[in-house]
Design a protein. Sequence first.
Length: 83
Amino acid sequence: MDRYDAFTNKADDTVIDIYSKMKPESAASQLANLDDESAAAILIKLRPKSSSAILNEMDTFHASLLTKKIVLFSSLKHGDKKR
């Protein structure tokens, strides 16, 4: 749980508010240039509708990479110790 909290704390509420108001194309472009953990932390805190719109605008490689990060850290939140 500590790793999950450290992961999600990379994206504070101000950053989330900014990305939630951006156009998906712009957000996707900017997130693709961030480190993977920061980008995934932002996506995990956004509403699913916003996150999916952003991932839809990304190239397949970045979208799948960030999705894998989100799945990994979500499993930590739910106590899956196998990963």
